[in-house]
Write a protein that binds this ligand. Structure first.
Ligand SMILES: Cc1ncc(COP(=O)(O)O)c(C=O)c1O
Length: 351
């Protein structure tokens, strides 16, 4: 039955985004770049200590926000806490983009840049990485000089893994003087490149971080925006009053104290990376260099079958072929050495 109710044209025009959302928890999840060892035990203890008073009251974030700001080396009023990076991206669009404004990002990339831009009725400009996954410098610099409203730049990018060096980021920021540049550092702990200290130097720079990856809190949804005080105040105006829940705040408070857990995650992922790269090389599978906790591999024409066969064995990978317009591109989240051994064993048997 048709309701006859009209929705916004921007919504009608959007392509639906369908990530697999169910039935993943008991599998070996090498599909969504989550933490392969879970979360810190200190986080679970903090959640168990939540009182009825805390749970039944609207969340108060002041104390935890000050601690998180200190942890990242910024002032509390240069930080906004968000419901995952996703809300940070949405907030950036809601604060700065009018319908018809241009928003630019290089594809293939994280799907939510396009999602929120299209939802706002923005005019999306999306140059692409070439077959060798090279960043399209000329097109991007030309487009930036035209002054789009927002430039979304994940560093490193997912799924390609591209990592830009600080000097390259400086070139982009200099070309983007009239544009809000959102540098998404979701995978910072694996890349080691950050521009958070630059928020005082570049008045148009927003940096985002997430607790979903290294901290292992994807299920609680917590992200951060780092930006100068003036824009932080404007963005806060556009944000709902309770974006982050009490459980996420308690978990983040515990997570930032357990630096050993973060180091352990990075160490395990680094070992997993070496092992996966060696294993793929032996199997003759091409992969691209990555600054994140994932590798983009090219399985070629058999990719769909390989991903399906691994899924039957309880191992989830992310087929990204649609993003590249040809079958064969699959993103593998890096796991621990034990998990990687299991993947390589099954992959070897299939190939
Ligand atoms: C580049 C990038 N940014 C952000 C996110 C999502 O972060 P969050 O879970 O904080 O919304 C992802 C998740 O895969 C990502 O790849």
């Amino acid at each position: 039955m048709k309701s006859g109710i009209r929705v916004r044209q921007a919504v009608e025009r959007m392509r639906p985004y369908h990530p697999p959302l169910e039935g993943r928890t008991d599998k070996l999840r090498m599909d969504f770049n989550e933490n392969p060892i879970g979360c810190s035990p200190a986080v679970r203890r903090a959640l168990a200590r939540l009182t009825a008073a805390t749970i039944s009251a609207y969340p108060e974030q002041g104390t935890v926000r000050r601690k998180i700001a200190k942890y990242f080396g910024v002032a509390a009023d240069e930080l906004l806490l968000t419901n995952g990076t996703d809300e940070a991206l949405s907030l950036a669009v809601n604060t700065f983009v009018e319908p018809g404004d241009r928003v630019i990002f290089v594809e293939p990339t994280y799907a939510m840049y396009r999602f929120y831009s299209e939802l706002a009725g923005a005019n999306v400009v999306a140059p692409r990485y070439d077959a060798e996954m090279c960043f399209p410098w000329n097109t991007v610099l030309t487009e930036l000089r035209k002054g789009p409203r927002i430039f979304f730049l994940p560093n490193p990018n997912s799924p390609t893994g591209n990592l830009l060096a600080p000097a390259e980021l400086r070139t982009l920021l200099h070309a983007a003087r009239r544009t809000v540049v959102v540098i998404d550092e979701a995978y910072f702990e694996f890349s080691g490149v950050t521009v958070i200290p630059w928020i005082r130097r570049y008045k148009n720079l927003i940096v985002t971080r997430t607790f979903s990856k290294t901290a292992g809190l994807a299920g609680l949804r917590l992200g951060c925006i780092f930006v100068n005080r003036e824009l932080a105040a404007k963005m806060r105006k556009a944000q709902s009053p309770y974006p982050v829940n009490a459980a996420a705040l308690a978990a983040a408070d515990a997570a930032i104290k357990d630096r050993a857990f973060i180091s352990r995650t990075v160490r395990e992922v680094r070992r997993g990376r070496e092992q996966l790269e060696q294993g793929l090389t032996k199997l003759g599978v091409r992969f691209f260099p990555s600054g994140g906790n994932f590798l983009l591999v090219h399985f070629g024409a058999g990719a769909k079958k390989i991903v399906a066969a691994l899924e039957r064995k309880g191992i989830l990978l992310r087929d990204r072929s649609n993003d590249f317009g040809s079958e064969g591109y699959v993103r593998i989240t890096l796991g621990t050495p034990g998990q990687t051994r299991r993947l390589l064993r099954e992959l070897g048997a299939i190939l």
